[in-house]
Design a protein around this ligand. Structure first.
Ligand code: PLP
Length: 376
């Protein structure tokens, strides 16, 4: 078979991330019915390794879904809240706001503990809310708020949740397999992610990693969704080795290779690589006179929010198009009170990619100056 040359795009958006050619090509496999044992074995090995990434082999299990990452927010909230109890959404950004929306759509009793988006959540406020509301059974927050790049203190939030008898659910979609996570040490009962982010796989496979007891307990909770119920999906997979409904077959083959590449690179080395990418960007932004929105001590190093510069002739669209035409994709911001754009360090990238991007960005800005001088 002739393997086609695949153009390598540098994605600096917050997922899907740049993938390796080996992961892309892993999708080209003989057609197979996913009800075959061979495919079941593949799914079991993927599930096992997904739990291994967060060191939960002895305590937690993975439940796979066919869908983008939001399916996990939907499934976790609708599946893990017992009847007559409340969810506490610790909310300092767009992704926790999405969790609040999920609660509203399902009619779940919840508290939206809304906080400023430009810094980590206030732990004292979480504790106070738990003290005042003994009927909270589920505390939820986003580990890394992808909208801003702010990292939340999930270990401490999980500890407070447990002290109050609640389970701790956290959206780790944009930190999983990038920032090292020890699921037990960080007091996580349920976390979630999606194949197109940290593991550098393809879109369409998402997963919840849940403590076995929490899964078992949820057998008796209301089944609020037919398709997205975690217990139903878990129980069916355990019994049959198959996902309840058709899985994303080719995406699963890509995920297998992506996981192999993850373990080959290594947890710590991968995290250091992402941080090295961020360092190149931080320095480059200073050089270009661009200003970051989030204080350095609050940043994840996986998403950098940059304030819109005040330069005549500048627009996000023109900058985006200039970069895009040269193989680099940048992304708009998601901070309501500050106009910003985002640069992310997800994906199969190396520092040289960031340097190449910064050169493109510099030539874009040089072009703006030339225009200005011509006009004068
Ligand atoms: C990417 C992401 C999701 C999932 O978003 P989709 O658009 O459904 O893929 C969920 N939570 C966080 C924190 C994310 O970064």
């Amino acid at each position: 078979m002739q393997i086609p040359e695949i153009k390598r795009n540098i994605l600096l958006n917050p997922g899907p991330a740049t993938t390796t050619d080996t992961v892309k090509l892993a999708q080209v496999v003989p057609d197979i019915c996913p009800r075959e044992r061979e495919f079941g074995n593949l799914m079991r090995s993927i599930s096992f390794d997904l739990v291994r990434i967060v060191h939960g082999e002895d305590t937690h299990e993975a439940v796979l879904f066919c869908g983008s990452g939001t399916i996990c927010i939907d499934a976790a909230l609708s599946s893990f809240l017992p009847e007559g109890k409340k969810a506490l959404i610790v909310n300092n950004g767009a992704y926790s706001s999405r969790a609040v929306d999920v609660c509203k759509y399902y009619g779940l009793d919840h508290i939206n503990l809304s906080m400023p988006v430009d810094r980590p959540v206030d732990l004292a406020l979480v504790e106070k809310t738990l003290d005042e509301n003994p009927d909270i059974a589920l505390v939820y927050t986003t580990h890394h708020e992808t909208g801003t790049g702010v990292l939340n203190p999930i270990k401490a939030i999980g500890e407070v949740a447990h002290k109050h008898g609640a389970i701790f659910v956290t959206d780790t979609t944009s930190s999983y397999a990038m920032i090292p996570i020890d699921i037990n040490e960080m007091n996580i009962d349920v976390c979630m992610a999606s194949a197109q982010k940290g593991i550098q796989g393809m879109t369409g496979l998402s997963f919840i990693i849940a403590r076995s007891e929490v899964l078992e307990q949820s057998a008796n909770y209301p089944k609020r969704s037919y398709y997205c119920n975690v217990y139903r999906q878990w129980e069916f997979f355990k019994r049959t080795g198959e996902m309840h409904f058709t899985p994303p077959v080719q995406v699963a083959y890509a995920a297998r290779v992506a996981l192999d590449e993850y373990f080959k690179e290594g947890e710590q080395a991968k995290w250091e690589r992402h941080q090295a990418l961020a360092r190149v960007l931080h320095e480059g932004l200073i050089h270009l006179g661009l200003v970051e929105v989030i204080a350095p001590e609050y940043q994840s190093q996986l998403v950098i929010s940059v304030a819109y510069p005040d330069i005549p002739g500048w627009s996000f669209e023109s900058m985006h198009d200039y970069c895009y035409e040269r193989g680099f994709t940048i992304y708009p911001g998601k901070i309501s009170n500050t106009e910003s754009f985002r640069l992310c360090t997800l994906g199969a990238l190396v520092p040289q990619d960031m340097r190449a991007f910064l050169l493109v960005l510099e030539s874009y800005f040089d072009g703006l100056n030339d225009c200005k001088e011509t006009a004068e």
